[in-house]
Write a protein that binds this ligand. Structure first.
Ligand code: PRP
Ligand code: MN
Ligand code: MG
Length: 181
């Protein structure tokens, strides 16, 4: 294993900037869901760090659940054709569900998850994502809580991978070209 930092072209958001933004989002979310039965739903694997840090901004207990899906398609691009690898354990009927994601790229993954979860009759369904790429959108996703809008570049770190690598990088950044070749 080589040093991950050397594979970055540039850092977009530092660990500290990410924590600060999640604290802001967490405060907003905590207020918005006051008195409501909130369930956080994370999407494996990319969302693990956003989930871990977002939930720890809350002053009270909030339950979480996870879904693992597989998106058919080539390499780094998602196709929108999705299969559930691991479903939620919780019944979300009448619950206020907040999907927690690391990034909305084309939007195809969340578009599918959103309609899948909506069919189960939640009391409400909203999305929180750390990153969003407006210029890459293939479908419009109504996302209530967005950490940062970023340019249409391939980013890694803080849960986001390239070929399963760099998820444990603390910052979010773009990969240097030499890594691709
Ligand atoms: C990545 C990312 C989002 C999705 C966004 O997940 O974590 O879930 O792609 O892409 P989209 O908006 O174009 O659909 P990936 O499928 O790589 O799985 P992972 O979370 O396990 O890395
Ligand atoms: Mn993902
Ligand atoms: Mg991935």
């Amino acid at each position: 294993a080589s040093h991950m930092g050397q594979d970055l072209e540039k850092v977009l958001y530092t660990e500290q900037q990410i924590q600060d933004r999640l604290a802001e989002l967490g405060e907003q979310i905590w207020k918005d869901y006051e008195g409501k039965d909130l369930l956080l739903v994370g999407v494996l694997k990319g969302a693990i760090l956003v989930m871990a840090d977002l939930m720890r901004t809350f002053p009270g207990s909030v339950p979480m659940d996870w879904m693992a899906i597989s998106s058919y398609g080539s390499g780094t691009k998602s196709s929108g054709v999705v299969r559930i690898l691991m479903d939620l354990r919780e019944d979300i009927t009448n619950k206020h569900v907040l999907i927690v994601e690391d990034i909305i790229d084309s939007g195809l993954t969340l578009n599918w998850i959103r309609s899948n979860l909506l069919s189960r009759g939640p009391a409400s369904l909203e999305i929180c994502t750390l990153l969003r790429k407006p210029d890459a959108a293939k479908v419009e996703i109504d996302c209530k809580y967005v950490g940062f809008d970023i340019p249409n570049e391939f980013v890694v770190g803080y849960g986001l991978d390239f070929d399963e690598k760099y998820r444990n990088l603390r910052d979010v950044g773009t990969l240097a070209p030499h890594v691709y070749s």
